[in-house]
Design a protein around this ligand. Structure first.
Ligand SMILES: Cc1cc2nc3c(=O)[nH]c(=O)nc-3n(C[C@H](O)[C@H](O)[C@H](O)COP(=O)(O)OP(=O)(O)OC[C@H]3O[C@@H](n4cnc5c(N)ncnc54)[C@H](O)[C@@H]3O)c2cc1C
Length: 392
């Protein structure tokens, strides 16, 4: 049987695979692009298990620029991604994000704020009194203030993913349910993939967009990525407090976060040092009752009565070098492209990443230079840290 041949194969049909396919076909509709996804239900894909939050509040310039571009895309998303007149709605709630700052974190927060403002971002400093006046439910004890981004917000990850997937398919992408067992190579060139079924597909370019499974895939082509699957848990609860409208999402210096969903419903989580590494999707409500709830109560006494409604566990594809994306061609293996290691902030970066990878593959000058995240930095051991204090 003749081997199927593609210009580009995306391994993984999560938000990175689908967004990259879209940007490739938007640039050149003649391309033969295949998205290979082992589980189209996306039950374990990080995209669907994410909180769907986007923020301008980063400390690395390129991360801020990626979010700026993401907001531009979201502003015209329904129109741009319409298929047969159906406009997708990602239910973007611009509720704002409020990052609380303690004394130790103040210099870093001030640097970040100055950088964000210099790039034209609408982000401001709030003193504890400002926060108490605006959001009486929140108590900033232990904080010296916070940085508030009113344009930040939260959306429906499934709706965003389906929009990119459907649009890419409408432009000609082939979406195939298949598990890739191996990247195939010939000396210094990637030649395609072998499927679990044994079938081989060839391609000029293959993008590893396999999320938390990316390191295993990379190993089949003979290289190691500093990426680990790390379990993160989310908890959704109902309180008797029912704030009007939407409160901003709160991000505590400890890594605890709280997102107001609607009415009395909130969602929270925290990256814990003892979160297990591996493909573990078990959900443990004791993490909430024993560890997260007591910490929340210190700041929001009105949460003394609540009902845990639901939750889930998902995986961060944690970049253990520096917590940031790994983007571009793997040095020494032509055609092997990476969209990996997004840690806790890949969902919001899909727009800029999809466009960047498409431009690199097509040999076009990047609209936004993201070479700071090139895989070369792994070989040179030159981390790009977002925060001096922790990986987020
Ligand atoms: C609890 C949690 C909360 C988060 N919150 C946010 C947030 O608020 N904001 C934010 O920006 N980011 C957030 N993230 C991070 C974000 O979810 C990820 O960075 C992003 O979704 C990564 O997308 P992806 O396409 O790389 O991975 P995925 O969505 O995991 O997609 C990878 C796909 O590859 C498929 N695959 C894997 N191996 C193979 C193979 N061999 N063959 C075929 N298919 C394969 C998988 O089935 C999967 O569908 C969160 C993550 C978690 C876990």
């Amino acid at each position: 049987m003749e081997k199927a041949t593609y210009d580009v194969i995306l391994v993984g049909g999560g938000i990175m695979g689908c967004a990259t396919a879209y940007y490739l076909l938007k640039a050149d509709a003649r391309l033969k692009v295949a998205i290979l996804e082992k589980d189209p239900s996306y039950a374990r894909s990080s995209t669907l298990l994410s909180d769907g939050n986007t923020r301008l509040q980063f400390n690395v310039k390129e991360n801020i620029q990626m979010s700026i571009y993401g907001l531009e895309v979201l502003a015209r998303f329904g129109e741009e991604m319409a298929v047969d007149g159906e406009r997708p709605d990602v239910a973007f709630r611009r509720q704002g994000n409020l990052f609380l700052v303690d004394e130790d974190g103040r210099p870093e927060a001030e640097d970040g704020l100055a950088l964000q403002q210099s790039l034209g971002c609408q982000v401001e400093w709030l003193d504890p009194e400002d926060v108490a006046r605006r959001y009486p439910l929140y108590n900033l004890s232990g904080s010296v203030g916070g940085t508030y981004g009113p344009l930040d917000g939260t959306m429906d990850p499934n709706a965003l993913l389906m929009a990119y997937k459907n649009k890419a398919i409408s432009l000609g992408a082939l979406y195939i349910q298949a598990e890739v067992s191996e990247l195939t190579t010939d000396e210094d060139r990637l030649t395609g993939v072998r499927l679990a079924s044994g079938e081989r597909l060839s391609a000029g370019y293959v993008v590893n967009a396999a999320g938390a499974w990316a390191p295993t895939l990379a190993q089949t082509a003979g290289f190691d990525l500093p990426v680990q699957p790390v379990k993160r848990q989310v908890f959704v609860f109902e309180t008797h407090t029912r704030p009007d409208g939407f409160l901003p999402a709160l991000f505590f210096p400890s890594g605890l976060y709280l997102i107001h969903e609607h009415g009395g419903q909130f969602m929270c989580g925290k990256s814990l040092a003892d979160d297990p590494v591996g493909y573990d999707f078990s959900w443990d409500q004791a993490i909430f009752t024993d560890r997260l709830w007591p910490e929340l109560l210190e700041h929001i006494p009105a949460f003394d009565r609540l009902k845990l409604a639901s939750g889930w566990a998902g995986l961060y594809a944690l970049n253990t070098l520096d917590g940031n994306a790994i983007l571009g061609e793997w040095p020494g293996l032509r055609g092997a492209y990476l969209a990996n290691g997004f840690s806790g902030h890949g969902f919001q970066q899909c727009h800029a990443v999809g466009r960047y990878l498409a431009e690199l593959i097509l040999g076009q000058a990047p609209s936004l230079d993201l070479s700071i995240f090139s895989p070369q930095r792994i070989l040179e051991n030159k981390p790009v840290f977002e925060s001096r204090r922790r990986l987020i």
